[in-house]
Each structure stands twice: as C-alpha cells, then as structure tokens.
Design a protein around this ligand. Structure first.
Ligand code: NAP
Length: 280
C-alpha cells in the first residue's frame, strides 16, 4: 500500500471507471522500485480546469488525461511540448519546479513503440493509411511522418476533417487526404484505424482492396482479443493485425518516464494486462 508521503498521480476522464491506468502505473512503480499513489478521477467537462488547478495546488505530481479532456488540457496548461502542440491535445501533465504547468502527448510515441519495437513493423518507405480524423489520429500524424513513409493518406468518414488535418501537416511530409469511399484500387502497407468504430463493434466503410498480403493492420482500439477492424484485416488477407493494447501500455510508460525519469519495462505488464482482460 502507498505511504502517506507517496507522490500523487491520477488519470482524469469522463467516464473513467474502465481505465487500466492505475493498475499499469502501479505495476511500473513496483518494477522500478518507486513509491507512488495513482488514482482515477471522474470529472465532468465543466469542472475540468478547476480540478486540474486544485490537483497541482494541493501537491499532485502528475496527471494523465483521457477522453473527453485532452484538447481542454492542451488549452489549459502554461506550455506544450512540440509534440503536444502538433497534436493539439495533451494526455500527460506535470508542474515544473518554477510552477509552470506542462502538457505533453505520449499517444504518438506509444503507437510507434508498439508498432516498431513490439511488433517489428518498419514504417520507412511504406504507404500508410490512417483512418480517422479525431484527436487520436491528429496525435499520430507527426510521429508517423517522422518515420519517413513514402506516403501518409488520411481518410475519414467526414472527408472535410481529413482534408483539414492533411492541410495542417502539409509542411511536415508526404501527407494527403482521401474520403473513405475514394480509396479505390490503392493498396497500403500499413492500415491504422484511429476511429472509434470498433468501440461499437463496427468497421469503417473501407474497401477490402486496400489490403494486400503484406499489409499490417493496427487498431488503436482494444478489447478482449481481436476488434472488428483486426478481424476485417485478417479476413481480407493482411499479414498481421494488432490491437491498441500495446499502445496503451507504451504511452503510459512514456508518461511514467516523463514524471519519474526512469523507463519502466513494459513486456510483462502488457502480457498480464492481456490475460486480465481476457479473463473478464
Ligand atoms: P474522436 O476524437 O471522438 O474521433 C472519432 C473518429 O472516429 C472520427 O474520425 C470519426 O469520424 C470516426 N468514427 C466514429 N465512428 C465511426 C464509424 N462507425 N465509421 C467510421 N468512422 C467512425 O476519438 P479519438 O480520441 O480520436 O479516439 C479514437 C480511437 O482511438 C478510440 O477507439 C480510442 O479508444 C482510441 N485510442 C486508443 C489509445 C491507446 O492507447 N490505445 C489512445 C488514444 C485513443 P467522423 O469525423 O466522421 O465523426
């Protein structure tokens, strides 16, 4: 059990009861010999700014921020790291010793670490399709472009939102927008689902022809096992398809590193989390 003087952290969202972050961070703390207290706080949109201000005034050391507050967090902090500014959203907050409240975004690095390190997928010189144009998609664009793909195509149900995102990142690499129905005969090496469709058991209206036998599919969403999207990829002949559980653990590891200055091991935590979720 955490002692009275343990450094205090929390994840804040609405709803939040489903969040695995307290378990993950306590596992990281155990593995690295750190003593922390990490809670889960349900805060309504109208109360978010007041909650964050109070949390840090009362000595809180760091917050993870999840739906629907990531954009509000970016607007509230005193300063954003470049990757949080590019994402327009913050999921990790802390206060510097001079009192400045910093917002960072670890979602992109979480995705890349899971794809590249855990699954051995190379993104350089690949054609990547990113489906979705919400907060998570936006946070992944700059990190994906940093890996120097041949092309990054953003496709979204509401095509205008994909065009706006592509315009926003046009200076950073070979990014373009297409509507979901306009992908025609184009095939992609990596297809990333950054929509929330899987949460309701749906798949984006995607032509199966975008997938070939060397395609790797990745769904940011996760569940007990395969999601509707990873099943779609496998059924249509993809080489592999992964869910976002590894991204969840890796983005948390990056937040832990930012707060504690030590990178926690993730492999055993991911394995145990998978087993826990399957057992529910
Ligand atoms: P969001 O801002 O609400 O955006 C939702 C996106 O999904 C929009 O592009 C929306 O399209 C699209 N969409 C929703 N239902 C759809 C459907 N039935 N068919 C096609 N497109 C659909 O959500 P977000 O914050 O970006 O999160 C997206 C997903 O990423 C969620 O599943 C979330 O759990 C996951 N995520 C995972 C991690 C992780 O660590 N693994 C981290 C962050 C997010 P329109 O624009 O047309 O509405």
């Amino acid at each position: 059990m955490a002692s009275q003087s343990a450094d205090r952290y929390a994840v804040v969202g609405h709803p939040i009861s489903h969040s695995r972050s307290p378990w993950i961070h306590h596992e990281f703390a155990k593995a690295t010999g750190q003593t922390i207290e990490y809670g889960r706080v349900d805060v309504a949109v109208a109360d978010f700014s007041r909650f964050v201000g109070d949390f840090f005034r009362e000595g809180g050391r760091g917050l993870n921020v999840t739906l629907p507050h990531k954009e509000a967090a970016a607007a509230f902090v005193d300063t954003l790291t470049p990757r949080a500014a590019a994402a327009g959203a913050a999921n990790t907050l802390w206060q510097q010793s001079d009192g400045v409240l910093v917002g960072d975004n670890t979602d992109g690095v979480g995705l890349l670490t899971d794809l590249m390190k855990n699954h051995g997928v190379s993104l350089a010189n690949r054609h990547i399709l990113l489906i979705g144009a919400g907060g998570a998609a936006r946070g992944c664009i700059a990190p994906l472009l940093d890996q120097q793909p041949i092309s990054l195509t953003i496709a979204n149900r509401t095509a205008d939102r994909a065009h706006s995102l592509a315009a926003l990142f046009a200076g950073k690499g070979p990014v373009r927008a297409r509507s979901l129905s306009d992908l025609g005969g184009t095939v992609f090496d990596i297809v990333i689902n950054a929509t929330s469709a899987s949460l309701s058991g749906e798949t984006p209206a995607l032509a199966p022809q975008v997938i070939h036998r060397d395609t790797v599919g990745y769904d940011l969403a996760y569940g007990k096992g395969d999601t509707a999207f990873t099943i779609f990829c496998k059924v249509h002949g993809a080489k592999a398809a992964y869910t976002g559980l590894g991204m969840l653990v890796e983005q948390a590891a990056e937040a832990f590193y930012l707060w504690r200055g030590v990178k926690p091991p993730t492999e055993a935590v991911l394995r145990e989390l998978q087993a826990m979720i399957r057992a529910i």
